[in-house]
Ligand binder design. Structure first.
Ligand code: ADP
Ligand code: MG
Length: 269
């Protein structure tokens, strides 16, 4: 399937659940990392996902993006059941994620990094995500054009020829975002986009995310930096011990005793 075939993103659909997460569960040995997690991400929203360390946030991303198979529960994208889909299949359906710890790809330039598509979600070929079947040459050109466009958009075009291993933590986060955009996603899942990023780049990342959101991309963002996530996301979903504890506006969440308790308890052990 091509992007254009996937693509009805009419404004009229704004507000309906784009990602519906229902009763997701994941155990590792005896440890229940995600436990009957249920919530939705509305089309057009920037939804925040917070919770103490070990609450199961990253594992939830793994389940939604196909990097782990849930033991129970269901994931729907625009009403389509994608539970158990492989990462590249989920990307095909319009959902792309970034990782808490981005991989630095040895021996590749920034531009080459862009051309391999979103980490782990490329599948057979990122090209098939981007264009209708055509000659390889056409596809390569289209890909290259989009890579240049994205590098410029995130103001890292001047780094295109540098080894990706030379990038700072912040630049690497920008590269992750740019690379995720190669697949033309409907929804982006960002795992701690500003962890280890300096305050100037923080603000920049927030404004990039807002711009992308204005252009129609839905976000689900895990972030520990409260100021960042509370200023950017609405609603906020709080995960604690694998389960949704509270869901609401930043104001509601901030004032909720259960949330404060969960953080003080460090996940409640
Ligand atoms: P968060 O992102 O909210 O900090 P994680 O989803 O990374 O939490 O982890 C939730 C729990 O699951 C933790 O106790 C973590 O140690 C455990 N966990 C995560 N991934 C694995 C794995 N691949 N194998 C075993 N345990 C895991
Ligand atoms: Mg995590």
């Amino acid at each position: 399937m091509t992007v254009s075939e996937r693509g009805d993103r009419s404004e009229s659909e704004r507000g309906e659940p784009l990602v519906a997460i229902d009763g997701l569960r994941k155990e590792f040995g005896g440890l229940v990392a995600v436990d009957d997690a249920t919530f939705s991400v509305e089309r057009g929203s920037i939804t925040g996902l917070i919770g103490p360390n070990g609450a199961g946030k990253s594992t939830l991303f793994d389940l939604v993006s196909g990097f782990h198979t849930p033991d129970a529960g269901r994931v729907e994208l625009s009403g389509r059941d994608v539970t158990g889909f492989a990462p590249h299949e989920v990307a095909h359906e319009g959902l792309v994620r970034t990782f808490q710890t981005p991989r630095r790809l040895e021996g590749m330039t920034v531009r080459e990094n862009m051309l391999i598509g979103p980490s782990g979600q490329t599948g057979e070929s990122v090209l098939s995500l981007l264009t209708s079947p055509g000659t390889v040459e056409e596809e390569e050109r289209a890909n290259l054009r989009r890579a240049e466009e994205m590098l410029e958009r995130f103001e890292i075009a001047h780094l295109a020829r540098q080894p990706a291993t030379d990038l700072s933590g912040g630049q690497l986060k920008l590269l992750e975002l740019a690379r995720a955009m190669m697949a033309d996603p409907d929804v982006l899942l960002l795992d701690e986009p500003v962890a280890g990023v300096n305050p100037v780049l923080d603000a920049k990342l927030a404004s990039y995310i807002r711009d992308l959101n204005d252009s129609g991309i839905t976000f689900l963002i895990i972030e520990h930096d409260m100021e960042f996530i509370m200023g950017l996301a609405d609603p906020i979903v709080v995960l604690d011990r694998g389960t949704v504890l509270v869901e609401g506006t930043p104001e509601t969440v901030r004032g909720d005793d259960r949330v404060i308790e969960a953080y003080l308890g460090g996940g409640g052990g």
